[in-house]
Design a protein around this ligand. Structure first.
Ligand code: IMP
Ligand code: MG
Length: 176
């Protein structure tokens, strides 16, 4: 049994992902030159994207992580439970939230609203993947590397019940 059992087809290869991540890193390096920058990775799904993105940014910055879960059940953004928070005083930073995928949009909408109350100098969201067809609340990332249709995907940090996160590519899950 291979560790990739359940993978139906590869959507984005490791090379394609790294190409986009490299370009995003260059863009961020240009845009935030001379500014105090804090990258906040949303755990667990963003860990691999975050690690690669950090290596493509050529200006000084700080790294932090958050863990958040949104409450579903309503059409509104609702509330978000933050189970791991950042230690930094956000009012001193330009903040970029780093997410694996935006699906209904609930998590990021609620989380970015909560964070903007903490007075960051600016707040932007970068996501590896975007599934706009699934959106239930009005939210869009500032930078989205790949847009996908309504498919369940795994790999490059994304999981199904905590499995498949280590795959170096993004794949459609096919059931196994
Ligand atoms: P939402 O945008 O609040 O619905 O939630 C997004 C979160 O749901 C992401 O951070 C992922 O953890 C998870 N998620 C959504 N779609 C997928 C998928 O296709 N594969 C794996 N995780 C997903
Ligand atoms: Mg996630």
């Amino acid at each position: 049994m291979g560790y990739d059992m359940g993978v139906k087809r590869v959507l984005f290869s490791s090379e394609e992902i790294h190409d986009r991540v490299r370009r995003a890193g260059e863009m961020i390096s240009r845009e935030y030159q001379g500014k105090p920058l804090l990258l906040i990775g949303i755990l667990n799904g963003s860990f691999m994207f975050m690690a690669d993105l950090c290596r493509e940014i050529t200006i000084p910055f700080e790294v932090a992580f958050m863990k958040a879960k949104s409450y579903s059940g309503t059409q509104s953004a609702g509330s978000v439970e933050i189970s791991l928070d950042v230690a930094q005083d956000l009012s001193r930073y330009h903040v970029i939230l780093v997410e694996d995928i935006i699906d209904t949009g609930r998590t990021l909408k609620a989380l970015s609203e909560r964070l903007s109350e903490r007075g960051a100098l600016s707040l932007k969201v970068i996501t590896l993947l975007d599934k706009p067809e699934r959106r239930l609340v009005d939210f869009n990332a500032d930078i989205s590397l790949f847009t996908i249709p309504d498919l369940f995907v795994v790999g490059y940090g994304l999981d199904l019940d905590e499995r498949y996160r280590g795959l170096p590519y993004v794949a459609e899950y096919g059931g196994a």
